[in-house]
Design a protein around this ligand. Structure first.
Ligand SMILES: [Zn+2]
Length: 182
């Protein structure tokens, strides 16, 4: 996770095409749409599950969990942290769109492990404004998964909090390890 982003594909990159990275994505979408057929689904996830995960680029949720189009809700942010906005999405997922299970996925080697709440302070010093959000940095990934499970289980807004499980995805092996909620 970096603070800066580059809009352009680096010159000399193996996959370099003219234009920005976004232009490349738009081109890829044209090919996708050409082969796309309407699956005829409504918005309710087939497996009635919502997955909350880190935004990490090494975590391909659909491949890693054997998911197909339409199977689940995917809610992602830096760390896979259960913030107020994740609770907002889960509440809509359960109350309006019929999901019942929640799967939380953090991972090894997360960018948030190398940050502290100092990040927020430094940001305030730089831009002259304190962000309203917490960085949600953590040192112990298991403890952070437990904290996230707890936030889901104790939310007054959710209808279903009996099937909430948390995991750590190993970015080297591709394996999930379940975290004991206790
Ligand atoms: Zn991460």
């Amino acid at each position: 996770m970096g603070m800066t982003t580059s809009a352009s594909v680096p010159a000399g990159s193996a996959n370099a095409t003219p234009g920005t990275v976004t232009d490349r994505l738009v081109k890829a979408n044209e090919r996708y749409a050409a082969a796309f057929t309407d699956p005829g689904m409504d918005a309710r996830p087939v497996l009635h599950v919502a997955v909350v995960a880190c935004m990490d680029a090494r975590l391909d949720l659909h491949d890693a969990l054997g998911l197909s189009l339409g199977d689940c809700h995917t809610i992602r942010n830096a760390g896979g942290v259960v913030t107020d906005d994740v609770i907002r999405s889960l509440t809509i997922s359960q109350r309006a769109l019929g999901t019942r299970s929640v799967v939380l996925i953090h991972h090894t080697n997360c960018g948030l492990e190398s940050l502290t709440e100092e990040f927020r302070h430094d940001l305030e010093m730089e831009v002259g404004q304190r962000p309203a959000w917490a960085v949600e940095a953590f040192r112990d990934v298991d403890q952070d998964v437990r904290q996230s499970m707890q936030r889901v289980r104790t939310s007054p807004f959710l209808l279903h909090t009996d099937d909430v499980r948390g995991f750590v995805f190993d970015v080297k092996s591709g394996l999930l390890r379940e975290v004991d909620p206790a």
